[in-house]
Unconditional design. Structure first.
Lengths: 396, 199
């Protein structure tokens, strides 16, 4: 697939997927783009998930191995792949393999949503940008998607790799005790696990495993108009919504390397949420969410800030169809909430940015995406109220 | 001489017909289910297997209508495509069939199956695997078909959980799981079961 066929905002040879744009992730790391005219890029000093590791438990990642044994990844992923492993369970014996090449293409897609970064930020940029484009990714391939393999990959993620975040874009109707135990273990070790809510069967109360576990954050899929995608499973366990319909991302398999795709599924909603968590985790801790006052982010604190900052969809508050709402990378990153010019205090400058854009919407002359802090696509009294509520808060 | 030519032509015609069949001719049984506009078929290479054999299962999906059919699969999996996995091997052939991403016609396994023993205990059910939560389309032209052949190592399959194959009768059925056809409601199509034994 050629880049021009992707769905999103293209500037030059760089495509920003609508999902990354919708959760306003670019406001975190593309600070010079508030007027929406500069090419999409990632500012060198911006927080964009650096020092955060995400294990993507999936079909691996597409790569080529040259004659010297050197591994070559998709050019948009090469900067951020830390490595990978393969997990194969046969005859009551688990093998951990060094091969994690993607034969299905799905893992390469999920990773692209999180961490694609336009040919590694080099000259002559072309490609796409993920939502947290400086995150370190571990591609953990489960060869048969057997429960023993998935459980082992979860345990490996926290016990060996020490990742902060685990993304699982897999679904099953069946509950497996080893995965339940592994998810509890990962949460206790300080990780957050994001899993898709599942695509089938339709209806209320249909969220699949592992998203159904209390230790796992269930993420459903939205379309570009913020409606729940018709295929997206829902129910009381649903926590967040994130873009999952017509998502731009990287693609590649062992016989079709280094390509792009537009794809659908809750598989692509979960990594938008994982990336949002990574953006929080890579920023300085927010004193208002530093519950144990240790000056560091813990998993419960990141989760709480994500919940607090969502764009509520559907009926007010948490509901079965949309959970707490759409993840809001921009607001969840702000520290303190309301500090939209990143000077660590909510002050008159923040108020004036909102005032200058008041009444605007995407495409209108005064539109400033930073001012639309609740990401409801209009700068209005709600945004002003958020700034006012936190006015004066700052980093001592 | 003319007789020889006629016989040769007949043989050629018969061979051409044979290779054009959507489901490979096998020595074993085959069953189909029709859910207009689709026909789903499953076949085995034989009915009696040794505990050390491969079980070869033929799957075929055919558009039996005169209109193009778009089938949306709501989940993906790649069973049988893993060179390091000794249990499953799969091959694909298709005519008049395509997927939303062309590469997916060969990299995904498009069918599901349920294998049960004589007590109805599930030996293997692909619908209870962990599946990738991503959709894709299969487009079938009129009379188009998509065939996949799955070779299952019987000792390998049982050996996953450290068991030896049991000598008894089994049944297997083929499925389309979690699909919509040209915008209709989601459905699962399952063939009747085929019986076989492991001797």
């Amino acid at each position: 697939m050629v880049l021009s066929a992707l769905v999103g905002s293209a500037r030059g040879n760089v495509v920003l997927g609508w999902g990354v744009e919708r959760i306003r992730a670019y406001c975190v790391w593309d600070n010079d783009n508030w007027n929406m005219t500069n090419p999409w890029d990632v500012d060198s000093g911006a927080d964009a998930g650096q020092n955060v590791s995400i294990a993507v438990i999936d079909s691996g990642v597409d790569y080529l191995t040259d004659d010297q044994g050197q591994i070559h990844y998709h050019p948009d992923l090469a900067a951020n792949i830390a490595g990978g492993k393969g997990f194969l369970y046969l005859v009551e014996y688990l093998q951990i393999l060094n091969a994690y090449d993607d034969e299905i293409g799905h893992g390469t897609e999920v990773i692209g949503v999180i961490a694609a970064v336009v040919n590694g930020l080099g000259a002559n940029q072309s490609g796409i940008i993920g939502a947290a484009p400086k995150t370190h990714i571990w591609a953990l391939r489960t060869y048969g998607n057997r429960p023993q393999e998935i459980a082992a990959a979860i345990n490996y993620s926290v016990d060996v790799l020490g990742v902060q975040i685990i993304n699982i874009s897999l679904q099953s109707d069946d509950n497996y005790s080893e995965i339940f135990t592994a998810c509890n273990h990962a949460l206790a070790r300080g990780a957050l696990i994001f899993a898709c809510s599942g695509n089938f069967p339709p209806g209320n109360g249909t969220i699949t495993y592992p998203a159904l576990y209390n230790s796992v954050i269930a993420v459903g899929a939205t379309c570009e108009n913020d409606s729940r995608a018709s295929f997206s499973n829902y129910g009381p366990k649903l926590c967040f919504m994130a873009p999952g319909f017509e998502i731009n991302t990287t693609y590649g398999t062992t016989n079709h390397h280094f390509s792009y795709i537009v794809d659908n599924g809750t598989s692509f909603a979960a990594p938008h949420a994982s990336a949002t968590a990574a953006l929080i985790w890579s920023s300085k801790v927010d004193p208002n969410f530093d519950f144990n006052h240790d000056g560091m982010w813990e998993n419960d604190e990141v989760w709480a800030k994500m919940i607090t900052t969502t764009l509520d969809l559907g009926p007010p508050g948490k509901d079965n169809e949309t959970g707490w709402g759409l993840v809001n990378a921009w607001l969840s990153y702000q520290r303190p909430i309301g500090d939209i010019n990143n000077n660590n205090v909510v002050d008159g400058t923040d108020l004036s940015i909102v005032a200058s854009a008041f009444g605007s919407w995407p495409g209108s002359p005064r539109w400033d995406p930073r001012a639309d802090v609740d990401i409801d696509e209009v700068v209005d009294g709600t945004d002003m109220a958020i700034i006012a509520r936190h006015f004066g808060e700052g980093d001592p | 001489m003319a007789t020889v030519v006629i016989i040769a032509l007949l043989c050629t015609g018969a061979y051409a017909y044979w290779v054009s069949l959507p489901l490979p001719r096998t020595a074993g049984p085959r069953v189909s289910i029709t859910s207009t506009p689709l026909q789903l078929s499953i076949g085995l290479d034989k009915t009696e297997y040794a505990a050390t054999d491969n079980l070869t299962v033929y799957f075929s999906l055919r558009n039996i209508s005169n209109k193009t059919v778009t089938l949306t699969e709501h989940v993906r999996y790649g069973l049988g495509l893993e060179p390091l996995d000794p249990v499953f091997r799969a091959t694909t052939s298709a005519e008049g069939a395509s997927t939303s991403e062309p590469n997916m016609i060969n990299t995904l396994f498009h069918f599901h199956f349920r294998w049960v023993d004589s007590n109805g205990t599930v030996i293997y059910d692909t619908t209870s695997l962990f599946l990738y939560s991503a959709l894709y389309d299969i487009v079938l032209a009129p009379d188009g078909y998509l065939n996949q052949t799955l070779h299952i190592s019987i000792p390998g399959l049982f050996g996953i959980d450290g068991q030896s194959p049991r000598i008894e009768a089994y049944q297997i059925s083929g499925m389309l799981y979690g699909v919509t056809i040209s915008g209709s409601n989601e459905l699962t199509i399952e063939t009747p079961s085929i019986g076989f034994t492991i001797q």
